[in-house]
Ligand binder design. Structure first.
Ligand SMILES: C[S@@+](CC[C@H](N)C(=O)[O-])C[C@H]1O[C@@H](n2cnc3c(N)ncnc32)[C@H](O)[C@@H]1O
Length: 349
């Protein structure tokens, strides 16, 4: 029998062919946990395919398609549940002589309140800073004598704003949905004998005993950055407008894109995952209009707080400067992100 193929003798080619044979005898495994960002599926699929290829398990086009479908399903389920859910991909090579690999994708469920409960167990207080927001104090002071300015602090956290307002003489109603944080406000207010009513509730969903028209100031600091949709924003503005007295103010901080930039789906999902949910000025305008709220001011949170903070109170936390300027969304030098956090103040007509 004649040999039609020429014998291979080149060392480099033989080395490559030998390594391919070695792949049959190697065993490897790995685990990857990634945030549940559905729009990042192409990047995740590519990262996994590269890992698999590095141990001699390159995927063919059908296998790549299957991996993308599995990732789409699990990422979608996880993100619908919560932006704090993640997915875990466990993979391992199949027993020799197979040169294949098996993987399993599971959802790691977690909610915002679970994340904050964990903060209370693992982080050193004060979690959100030791001082109240300059803008919150200014808005409250602009409305008259403290005793006549009733404040509703939505997503009050540890009471960073509620407690100083109550010390100034404001009647305060704090709403907080994370149990461990609600408890901190309750205990601090009781210790000091402050006039703070505290409710553990989701302000967007629960039926709360919020007396209509009874609050001169409704405010949210670092809370709208957790919202999930324009519907959440509309619900907030509706509920806030109902609670406000005529001429009362609604103040909140929110991530807003620069007017020259419209975030795409990838960036929208990413902002939710990094606690920086973004709303466009058009969305904010429409929601305010339908709630009967008039915009009074729109200011940079970073600049306002820096200008009004006492030297010992700046920066409020280790993450504040970066976070308020979009630094958790994009790995860009400060000042280059097209999204930053604004203080928006509205008046009820
Ligand atoms: C970053 S912390 C800010 C706490 C406080 N406002 C501050 O500035 O120190 C966000 C807080 O909002 C609360 N929160 C988020 N969404 C909420 C909602 N729909 N109803 C009530 N609380 C909410 C969270 O539990 C968390 O305590």
């Amino acid at each position: 029998m004649s040999r039609s193929l020429k014998v291979e003798t080149k060392p480099a080619a033989l080395r490559e062919a030998g390594v391919a044979r070695l792949h049959r005898r190697l065993a490897a495994n790995g685990a990857v946990v990634v945030p549940a960002l559905p729009a990042a599926r192409p990047e995740y699929a590519e990262m996994l395919a590269a890992q698999f290829a590095s141990v001699g398990r390159a995927l063919n086009s059908d296998q790549k398609k299957h991996l993308s479908e599995v990732l789409d399903n699990q990422l979608g389920e996880a993100f619908r549940y919560s932006p704090h859910a993640r997915i875990r991909i466990d993979w391992k090579t199949d027993p020799p002589p197979a040169v294949t690999l098996s993987y399993n994708v599971t959802v790691l469920y977690s909610t915002m309140t679970e994340q904050y409960e964990e903060w209370t167990r693992t982080r050193t207080p004060p979690l959100f800073g030791a001082h109240p927001d300059g803008k919150v104090l200014e808005a409250a002071a602009s409305l008259g004598e403290p005793g006549a300015v009733r404040c509703l602090d939505v997503g009050a956290g540890t009471g960073r704003n509620s407690l100083p307002l109550a010390r100034r003489g404001h009647p305060v109603h704090a709403v907080e949905m994370t149990g461990a944080l609600r408890q901190q406000i309750t205990e601090a207010a009781a210790t000091e004998g402050l006039d703070v009513r505290v409710d553990e509730a989701d302000f967007l969903k629960d039926e709360l005993a919020v007396e209509p028209g009874a609050y001169q100031l409704v405010f949210l600091s670092e809370v709208v950055s957790h919202f999930r949709s324009v519907a959440d924003l509309e619900e907030l503005l509706r509920r806030a407008a109902r609670a406000l007295s005529p001429g009362g103010k609604l103040l909140f901080n929110v991530f807003v894109p620069h007017d020259s930039y419209t975030p795409d789906r990838f960036v929208r999902e990413l902002t939710e995952i990094v606690w920086s949910t973004v709303f466009t000025r058009a969305e904010l305008r429409a929601a305010a209009k339908s709630a009967g709220l008039e915009l009074l001011s729109d200011e940079s949170v970073h600049d306002y707080e820096k200008e009004h903070a006492a030297p010992e109170a700046w920066p409020p936390t280790g993450w504040f400067i970066d976070w308020t300027q979009g630094g958790d969304i994009f790995s860009l030098p400060i000042g280059r992100a097209p999204i930053d956090m604004r203080w928006l103040c509205y008046r009820r007509a």
